[in-house]
Design a protein around this ligand. Structure first.
Ligand code: NAD
Length: 365
């Protein structure tokens, strides 16, 4: 048996018609597609120590509903070809690995396997979904305390292998993004939280559904905390490039007043509603994580509302919150200074103050 240097699958050497000689060595491939990719640029797939390089490695820490759903969405996207899964329960991780690999013939080639923390080495991105769930009756502060303790153990284990970027998903995500920056010692631009990317997607979907246009034609942001104090930036909403405040009067729907408040209330309460129905939310966040991963892995410079350490945006300092930032291979490249109305800026500062109360405890620990 040989290893196909492109897709990393085991292949037969005997009677293999897809072979290629390079630098006095014969390489064997699973298909003409892999042979062609290799032939175009062999060095891309070869390193002295490993025989091949992983082009795009995404390590997933935590294999509950969100971790597993993200792995599934990532595998379908073809964005990464090296996907180690790290979890606490080996049987469960192995079961996910088997289940995902059994679908491999339907998706672009990737290597999915049970990983160890050392598999954070060379990772373009480590996505962290590990944590304890919020129990009924527990406060956000209780949850922050519990998951900060989980992060105190796992973040140094991950950071010692110096992955290129960390993406935090575990809630409360803004607090834990701050904790991850503190515990990892990594540059702050390389540690980001999923923040309000999902809330922003819900916001755009609900506006699009109300206005009967595609979500792709809606621009607009939810900023601040991923949670109860998040802020809808209505002044910035565009439909097909037209500001909402011009679009509405020109539309013949004649909506009753209170329609916008109703849309935002649906955004804010979406997670509670879904959790009530099926226990947890995982499909849309899985896709939101693929979108953020794409911006990092493909160096896309996509503007996203990820959670980042804010330093001066509308006079907010030293707190992790979602603001619009440019995301590329280095994580957060820069802040996009959008205009906020006074009431929106005030609400954003209140959202920051609310987070700061919880962070003070972390800073003094
Ligand atoms: N930011 C967002 O937009 C967003 C959206 C959805 C869910 N979430 C959050 O994502 C997290 C995961 O959600 P879920 O539904 O997958 O929860 P889950 O309970 O199904 O999975 C959590 C996993 O973390 C593992 N875990 C716990 N402690 C660990 C440790 N020390 N080391 C390794 N693994 C550990 C558990 O074994 C479990 O498999 C939660 O905190 C949830 O609130 C965030």
């Amino acid at each position: 048996m040989a290893i196909d240097p492109v897709c990393k699958m085991e292949v037969e050497e005997q009677q293999n018609e897809y072979t290629l000689d390079y630098k006095e060595q014969t390489y064997y491939f699973c298909s003409d597609h892999c042979k062609k990719s290799f032939g175009e640029n062999p060095e891309r797939y070869l390193t002295p120590e490993r025989g091949f390089v992983s082009e795009r490695k995404v390590t997933i820490v935590g294999t509950g509903n969100v971790g597993a759903t993200f792995a599934y969405a990532l595998m379908m996207s073809g964005l990464a070809n090296d996907i180690p899964l790290i979890g606490r329960t080996p049987e469960k991780v192995q079961a996910h690995v088997m289940d995902l690999n059994h679908g491999m013939m339907f998706v672009p080639p990737a290597r999915i396997y049970e990983g160890k923390y050392s598999d954070c080495r060379d990772a373009d991105l480590v996505v962290i979904t590990a944590g304890k769930p919020q129990k009924p009756g527990e406060t956000r502060q209780d949850l922050a305390d519990k998951n900060t303790e989980v992060f105190r153990q796992i973040i140094p284990e991950i950071a010692r292998y110096n992955p290129r970027n960390l993406l935090i998903v575990t809630n409360p995500v803004d607090i834990l993004t701050y904790a991850a920056i503190k515990f990892s010692g990594l540059p702050m631009n390389r540690v980001i939280g999923s923040g309000t990317v999902l809330d922003t997607a819900r916001f755009r979907y609900l506006i699009s559904s109300h206005c009967e246009v595609s979500p792709r034609n809606v621009q607009g942001y939810i900023l601040g905390e991923h949670g109860d104090s998040e802020v809808p930036i209505w002044s910035n909403v565009l439909i097909g490039g037209v500001p909402l405040r011009q679009y509405c009067p020109a539309c013949d729907k004649n909506c009753p007043t209170g329609e916008l408040e109703d849309i935002f209330s649906q955004v804010k309460n979406a997670a509670y509603e879904i959790i009530k129905g099926k226990g947890s939310t995982y499909y849309a966040i899985g896709l939101a994580l693929v979108d953020t991963a794409a911006s990092i892995l493909r160096n896309e410079n996509n503007i996203l509302t990820v959670s980042t350490l804010v330093d001066g945006f509308y006079d907010i300092h030293d707190v992790c919150l979602s603001i619009p930032v440019l995301v590329n291979k280095n994580g957060v490249a820069k802040t996009v200074k959008i205009h906020l109305e006074d009431t929106e800026a005030e609400q954003l500062r209140s959202s920051a103050d609310y987070r700061k109360g919880i962070l003070q405890k972390l800073d003094s620990a």
